[in-house]
Design a protein around this ligand. Structure first.
Ligand code: F6R
Length: 364
């Protein structure tokens, strides 16, 4: 079943160009250059607030979506971990859409939050990978990801497929709200259609990343930094590393470093910086330089342009294709997944079955 791959996780990382393309096919009309969502029997333009609820990696996909919904559709977004949402007495006003994101569609906390929102009269949308799951059955608007079965406990391809669906949903929302005209919609569709090739180009650097695993494997702590929609990718990179390599890792919004976490920096702490070129590049790089000035050992993930501008003084660089900021979170998922994977292999941990973890968390 693993074919030529050593692990399911590795196979699933490499499936991403295919499954993201497959997922996008059911949400985009390439010829018309339009977004196409499944039939919805409510007026999405009337939605005045989106509440996103999920756990773990799916929650990070939701965090990225918050940037998109706010930027494109100008709709306010709340997001919470399902385990927190359930017990904090959230205010759910009429006209709200509650959006649940889950690979399995069975995560106990997320499912309970969904039922609560349903009882409170919210419209329920669910981005799920298992079409027969409980969440899929309960949703008013089912938005499937077409990642295929995900066997590795660490989620990889489900995440990028979630991002693909969420980007299409954000664009659809924006069109319905009159925030995007036809040419802007077409532009978004074009960028999204570039994602599969860009994911392939990112995967081409697998060996480069494998060759730098020794820089991270001996570390006790690792930090990941990103800004804007790439901040959740820093959190995701840290989660991947801790769950499969058992190295303590944290993700921070780069601008938060100087408010405390920078005290952690010394020459034993690898710092992975996600900095695609774009509107946030300069700011991220200046935060990175503050880290370097304190002896931080930076591994920079950027495109050629970004590496040429800021790569000096880094202990390693991981080149990514130059992509539109919209698809950067999908593309930059690949290097953080591969880095975690190769570090875990270098440490000899059980990549597909990490200790203490289960694929589907059906208890609270
Ligand atoms: C991390 C991981 C978990 C899941 C989380 C939610 O690699 O796999 O954090 O993302 O348990 O699971 P789903 O998406 O099935 O609700």
């Amino acid at each position: 079943e693993k074919g030529n791959y050593r692990h399911f996780m590795q196979k699933e990382i490499f499936e991403q160009p295919t499954v993201v393309a497959q997922t996008l096919r059911s949400y985009l009309r390439p010829v018309e250059q339009q977004v196409a969502l499944p039939q919805i029997d409510f007026d999405i333009s009337a939605v005045n607030r989106v509440t996103i609820v999920a756990c773990g990696t799916s929650y990070y996909a939701g965090m990225v979506a918050k940037y998109w919904f706010e930027q494109f559709a100008r709709v306010p977004v709340d997001i919470d971990f399902a385990s927190e949402f359930r017990y904090r007495e959230p205010v759910l006003e009429a006209g709200g859409l509650a959006l649940f994101i889950s690979q399995s569609g069975e995560t106990a906390d997320t499912l309970a939050a969904l039922k609560h929102c349903k009882a409170e009269g919210q419209v329920i949308a669910a981005v799920v990978n298992v079409p027969t799951s409980s969440m899929a059955r309960e949703a008013d608007l089912l938005l499937p990801t077409h990642a295929g079965p995900e066997i590795g406990v660490a989620s990889t391809k489900a995440f990028t497929c979630q991002l693909a669906v969420l980007a299409a949903l954000a664009a659809h929302f924006a069109v319905k709200k009159g925030r995007l005209d036809a040419s802007e919609e077409a532009e978004i569709v074009r960028h999204l259609l570039e994602a599969p090739a860009a994911l392939n180009a990112a995967l081409d650097h697998d060996e480069t990343i494998a060759a730098m695993a020794h820089l991270v494997a001996p570390a006790r702590d690792v930090l990941y930094l990103g800004r804007g929609p790439d901040f959740p990718l820093a959190l995701e990179g840290a989660l991947k590393l801790k769950e499969i390599s058992y190295i303590h890792a944290e993700g921070y919004a780069s601008g938060e470093m100087k408010h405390g976490p920078i005290a952690l920096i010394d020459d034993k702490v690898p710092v992975i910086v996600l900095a695609p070129s774009g509107p946030l590049f300069e700011k991220t790089v200046s935060n990175m330089q503050e880290v370097q000035a304190r002896g931080g050992q930076v591994i920079l993930i950027s495109d050629e342009e970004g590496i040429a501008e800021a790569g000096e003084g880094c202990i390693a660089t991981i080149p990514m294709p130059k992509v539109h900021p919209l698809i950067a979170p999908l593309v930059y998922a690949v290097p953080v997944q591969l880095l975690a994977y190769h570090v875990a292999c270098a440490k000899g941990t059980d990549v597909d079955q990490p200790r203490n973890l289960a694929k589907s968390v059906t208890v609270e």
